[in-house]
Design a protein. Structure first.
Length: 477
């Protein structure tokens, strides 16, 4: 949602003159650029456990962060008090921190002076989470649990959580740009424990959108109850296969987390600017086969990773990182864009006013190819199909990764056979990208509650079509 500018200046008890004076104080020691980031957030969480809404919490945060860029040096300070004296004091602190940079020419900073456009808002909402009674959310969770339990008697425990948050943001910088935005987020997460008397398993499903409480619909409840109760037979029968190097088919949607972690981070420009990414010298070069396009997108309406503006006031946009197999763009904030002499891509993000913005992903996905998923599976004589990854580890510099597979199947003679679980997929991001043999026509962006933890926590999304990687190491028996 985008309100009138006076809504934000009134909320933060400031005005243009005060913001101009604060920026001037921030540049008092000769900085090249300065910006202000005002932030007001209210969130709530309620939990249902053992058929009762057993806990709840409300969180609030408020303040302003002030950044100064001078050469290669960044000064940052914040205050929870947005009064004029407090902001001027924080601005002077940021100026002192940035001082002492080596003598370098002022770096170009691209201006984006256009005003926010409510007609182009990517996350309008009709029911503000801040005014919705707790009883509404509690009733939804109770109904959702009932639907889940009715679908399968083997379910022993249901835990459901409804989380919501609304952030009001105002940004002003030394270029005179004024940007403002109200960002909603609603998340429902459900976990179940189920057993057949011999084996006990668990399963987790979530949905998260930038929208208001209108998301609490019967349709969403039905979708989530169906998803979390599907595949229980497969899960109870699943075992660990024999490990080794083999082809791996990644299912559409949630498998995109491997794309995000093992490849997406390596495209973030701060890692490349510092020479820490294996892709640092690959710009304009082929990194995978023709026909593969990888995108980081802030423009999907209602998506968890979407932004009208990033946290530097740069418009959210669709950034093509890999076009037809060629690396075409890193993900830039203003700092890295100035270093490379390119335009920012709207990837400057931060957790709150307490943090400096850095290049971060938004919704990262691979576009659909031409292959039918069933044909991809049929092309594999012996391998693994995975449709649900859990946690993993990635070394950005080397690109090495290890991911835990929660759910999948063996592929034998082109057919899905034995259910598998509790295995690891081990490989190298750039090598896996280069070893993609087929891309399905079923591209899907997953709407689960993904959160990226690169020094700060920010909401993201990921997605992928069905993809065949020629060879990865499967850690099994």
């Amino acid at each position: 949602m985008i309100n009138n500018p006076t809504f934000y200046t009134d909320l933060f008890k400031t005005d243009i003159r005060t913001m101009e004076d604060t920026v001037a104080a921030a540049l008092g020691r000769g900085g090249d650029y300065a910006d202000l980031y005002f932030y007001s957030s209210k969130g709530s969480d309620i939990m249902l456990r053992d058929s009762q809404v057993s806990s709840g919490a409300i969180s609030m945060d408020y303040g302003v962060g002030i950044r100064v860029l001078k050469g290669d040096r960044t000064g940052y300070a914040y205050t929870e008090d947005t009064s004029r004296p407090a902001m001027l004091n924080a601005a002077k602190s940021a100026s002192v921190i940035a001082d002492g940079a080596p003598e370098t020419p002022p770096r170009p900073t691209f201006a984006f002076s256009g005003k926010p456009n409510p007609a182009a808002d990517r996350y309008p909402f009709t029911k503000d989470w801040r005014t919705v009674p707790t009883t509404t959310g509690a009733a939804m969770l109770t109904t959702l649990e009932k639907k889940i339990r009715e679908r399968d008697t083997r379910i022993q425990k249901v835990i459901a959580v409804l989380s919501s948050q609304v952030d009001d943001i105002l940004m002003f910088n030394s270029l005179g740009e004024l940007k403002y935005d109200t960002r909603p987020m609603g998340t429902i997460a459900v976990s179940i424990i189920f057993s057949d008397g011999k084996t006990t398993r668990n399963k987790h499903v979530s949905r998260s959108f930038r929208c208001g409480a209108e998301m609490l619909s019967e349709v969403l409840q039905e979708q989530m109850s169906v998803q979390i109760t599907s595949g229980l037979d497969q899960a109870l029968e699943a075992g660990r296969p024999k490990g080794g190097k083999m082809p791996v088919v990644m299912g559409a949607g949630a498998s995109g987390i491997l794309l995000h972690e093992a490849m997406g981070h390596a495209f973030e420009a701060d890692f490349n600017r510092k020479g820490q990414s294996i892709f640092s010298d690959k710009m304009g070069k082929r990194v995978c086969m023709e026909g593969i396009t990888i995108v980081d997108d802030a423009t999907i309406k209602g998506n968890r990773g979407s932004l009208n503006f990033d946290d530097e006031g740069v418009p959210g946009q669709r950034t093509v990182m890999v076009q037809d197999g060629i690396l075409t763009s890193f993900l830039h904030d203003r700092v890295s864009a100035a270093h490379y002499g390119v335009r920012p891509t709207g990837n400057g993000r931060r957790e709150s006013f307490r943090f400096n913005p850095i290049p971060r992903m938004r919704a990262t996905y691979m576009e659909s190819g031409n292959a039918r998923p069933e044909d991809i599976i049929a092309s594999v004589s012996k391998g693994i199909y995975v449709d649900e990854f859990a946690n993993g580890q990635v070394k950005i510099g080397e690109g090495d990764f290890t991911f835990y597979v929660k759910s999948g199947r063996l592929i034998e003679n082109g057919r899905l056979t034995m259910p598998v679980t509790d295995i690891n997929i081990i490989g190298n991001g750039p090598e896996a990208l280069a070893d993609i043999r087929a891309v399905g026509n079923d591209g899907l962006v997953d709407d689960s509650a993904w959160t990226c933890g690169k020094m700060q926590q920010v909401p993201v999304s990921c997605g992928i079509p069905t993809v065949l990687v020629g060879s990865l190491t499967v850690g099994g028996e």
